[in-house]
Design a binder for this molecule. Structure first.
Ligand code: COI
Length: 325
């Protein structure tokens, strides 16, 4: 069984690939190049291909099919960058990976506290020796009514962490579960009841722009939004309007619409054509981070290992919890 891995970061993922190729006795080849239409040929001779977040177009899927690739595994939890329906229609299997939800849940909590306590302004001012207090008064997390949108593994772990703070916790999910101390509400009611929102839903047609002009209008003035899931869940233009009006008091955004050609590249010498990013980044009450909530040593190891595990399960024809289509 031969595996080819694209986008393998030499400074952290490579050693994991080396470790697991010798642990499982597998033939794994890696390139640091992100997968693109121009480098599909590199995977020739491998039935299994591992990728990261770059969009996998239908043309790329066709090319992989033509060189005999059986399965493409993304080393991420989300798989919205792959057209799974098309992959299935041409007989290519798709799998994802998994890692402990702690990394993203803890980062979400950090962004929540930083947003409520004006941490961006505090850091900016202290760095130029401005130690004044005016404009820096924050809010206690314990006083907030938190609306968690999406109660999968990460949403649930974030809820567990929140419980230590004593805030009211509400949730929305199309498949609600029994979670102690959490009241599920229909989405509209969640928007009008809560004053702080954290997004943990997958990006699908039903969730794209779940935060839009209408939902923002339902929220109380001064609400806070944290997004560590997918940029496409928020209509950026509507969010910018709501921030300008003070409807939204602060945001923590680890993800942003159209981030694919930015994160994780060094684009410092380029003119960046992402207006929402420039506008949001200029706001003192918006914290932007480059889709990094997942990034801990444990997560990186798990992402590589579980991607390989998906291929091993497929080859052995056994139950495969990572199989998407
Ligand atoms: C995922 O695993 O789905 C993530 O969001 C992290 C990834 C983009 C590296």
């Amino acid at each position: 069984m031969k595996i080819f891995a694209y986008g393998c970061r030499p400074y952290d993922e490579l050693s994991c690939f080396e470790k697991y190729s010798s642990f499982f006795g597998l033939d794994i080849k890696c390139t640091k190049l992100s997968v693109s239409e121009d480098n599909i040929y590199l995977a020739e001779g491998s039935e299994y291909v591992s990728v990261l977040t770059n969009p996998i177009t239908d043309t790329m899927l066709d090319s992989f099919k033509s060189i005999g690739v059986k399965m493409i595994g993304t080393r991420t939890v989300g798989f919205d960058h792959i057209d799974c329906k098309y992959a299935k229609s041409i007989g290519i299997k798709i799998s994802n990976s998994s890692y402990s939800p702690d990394a993203v849940a803890e980062f979400t909590l950090m962004l929540s506290l930083m947003s409520l306590r004006n941490m961006k302004r505090i850091i900016q001012r202290s760095s130029i020796n401005d130690f004044t207090l005016k404009g820096l008064r924050g809010c206690n997390l314990s006083e907030r009514k938190i609306g968690v949108i999406g109660t999968g593994t990460i949403g649930k772990r974030f809820i567990e962490l929140l419980k230590g703070f004593g805030c009211e916790i509400y949730a929305y999910d199309p498949s609600p579960e029994e979670i102690e101390g959490v009241i599920y509400l229909p989405l509209k009611d969640l928007f009008s009841t809560c004053d702080m929102f954290s997004l943990h839903a997958p990006l699908q047609s039903a969730t794209r722009h779940i935060i839009n002009r209408n939902s923002l209008d339902l929220m109380p003035d001064g609400s806070v939004i944290i997004n560590t899931a997918r940029g496409g869940l928020i209509d950026s233009s509507a969010l910018i309007e709501a921030l300008n009006e003070g409807k939204i008091a602060a945001c923590g955004l680890d993800v942003i619409e159209d981030e694919f050609d930015l994160y994780y590249y060094n684009r410092k010498a380029d003119v960046i054509n992402n207006k929402p990013l420039s506008i949001l980044r200029d706001m003192p009450n918006v914290i932007i981070s480059p889709h990094i909530a997942f990034y801990t040593s444990k997560s990186v190891d798990d992402m590589v290992r579980n991607c390989i595990q998906a291929f091993i399960n497929d080859e052995a024809g056994v139950e495969n919890p990572f199989r998407i289509v």
